[in-house]
Ligand binder design. Sequence first.
Ligand SMILES: Cc1cc2nc3c(=O)[nH]c(=O)nc-3n(C[C@H](O)[C@H](O)[C@H](O)COP(=O)(O)O)c2cc1C
Length: 307
Amino acid sequence: MKPNLNINFAGIKLKNPVLTASGTFGYGYELADLISLKKLGGIVTKTITLEPKPGNAQPRIAEVEGGMLNTIGLQNIGVKAFVEEPLENLKKIGVPVIVSVAGAALNEYIETVKILSKFKGIDGIELNLSCPNLKKKIVCHDLPLMQDVIKGVKKVSKVPVIAKLSPLVTDISELALAAQKSGADAVTLANTYPAMAIDVKTFKPKLSTVKGGMSGACVKPMSVRCVYDAYQNIKIPIIGCGGIMTGEDALEFLLAGATLVSVGTASLVSPENLIKVIDGIENILKEKKVKSVKEIIGFLNTTRNAC
Ligand SMILES: Cc1cc2nc3c(=O)[nH]c(=O)nc-3n(C[C@H](O)[C@H](O)[C@H](O)COP(=O)(O)O)c2cc1C
């Protein structure tokens, strides 16, 4: 029997638990010629800001053992251009759309979400509170600012608000709890890991900004641990993210407590990997005779009932 992959996430209904991860799938519709976007659980867009951003100087990408470093620096067309074209195209796909939002200050987050709130076709807002590639401090490293951003955005958003956190903190479960207390409907764990690499032939850093964010298979065990720790401390649902390349990887996150997963670097390698992750989850559940994906969320955890 085919397992049921349907899932309700903070009120958003998805046909399976697999999302694109922000920034690794463009605005979310450009790859329609390469994969059937309708098969995805949902799409998380590239992070949008109030004004367009050119991003950081090249080189912005470096390969490392088991993964990659990036310092894109939130290059995007700005919210006004986003609602004109990309959003119109996204609406036509027929899967939930989560728009990722960032800002250089509290008012930029709020203004961007205010503009988005005037448009139909947005099912959720993911607040990027964790970009490691900007000159400023990572937002969630400034607890009062993070709390103000979540509270402020909650007041103007008509859809669920998801806080995407940095894994580089002393205790992710405390940070996730702070996000929950500020009113977040869910958290995404986690963004990339601040990292750097040096070219020993040139004696220069491999990224223009010296440091960037690490992603890919090498980060998976650390991100699974983030989900596991947070799951024990919070009641709101979790999107697990970091190094998911296969259905088995996604299952690890679900067992640790994630309700959904988002796939980044693997979809840069090949967008088809997103479909492989969905099929992989289905095959494992079938083999294990699990009727619904809901049964395995947090299954590993003994301190909270699996749903
Ligand atoms: C090239 C690149 C660009 C990214 N851009 C964003 C972004 O705009 N906003 C964001 O929240 N995360 C961004 N991320 C982080 C991913 O969404 C994801 O959290 C991270 O890469 C870990 O997942 P992965 O190992 O599956 O890639 C980016 C990652 C990469 C590799």
